[in-house]
Design a protein around this ligand. Sequence first.
Ligand SMILES: *Cc1c(COP(=O)(O)O)cnc(C)c1O
Length: 241
Amino acid sequence: MPEVPQPDPRRIAENLAQVRARIAAAAARAGRDQAAVTLVAVSKTQPLAAIEAAYAAGQRDFGENRLEELWPKVEMAAQAGLGEIRWHLIGTIQSRKTPQAVGPFVLIHSVDRMKIAARLSRDAEAAGRVMRVLLEVNISGEASKHGFAPAALMAEAAALADLRGIQVQGLMTMAPLEVEAEATRPVFRGLRQLRDALAAAYPAIDWRQLSMGMTNDFEVAVEEGATLVRVGSAIFGQRMA
Ligand SMILES: *Cc1c(COP(=O)(O)O)cnc(C)c1O
């Protein structure tokens, strides 16, 4: 059996400091306030010890992409006394799992089609809750990517706003994995421009959040207006799984 490497708390703290500094520098280059950018530490596949190390270094926003992993971690972290964590659900939700996406999560980044929005809203209403969500958009148009097509979202936004169990707060996208981070810029710029167009067309909806940028490209995303960056390996190291 391969040995599971123990997380090194000092390394994680150093990595976090570096990522925060790079976010601050990118924000400064774009004339933005770094406080307008929230770093979501993507802890998928990482053990609780890695989350504890990041928490000890001041990190509070954590993201997981699978509900099967998120729920046990919410409980483990609470039992370990990490009481201030804000959990983000960042991965695709299968339609039969929308009831499990109603929970103590500060934001769901990955509502990627009308059917999921409608089911999630229904399940949230049944639980007496309103879930805050971002709409995932397929800006790059790659067949492998999830998300609303931009034109479809323009047409469907009014119907989304009518769903009472969810509250839209903005948009999310995944850029193609590029060798050169710079090549992702048009995707991030495209998400921002779509957001601006939606905000003009639907001023009653809150479009303020832009979740974009990962380890490979978060600085470009910050330069293009990201308010949330989702960074995993630059903080925790390469994932085993
Ligand atoms: C894994 C994941 C990330 C983080 O990826 P890294 O390249 O490790 O930073 C961000 N967003 C989503 C949706 C992910 O699944």
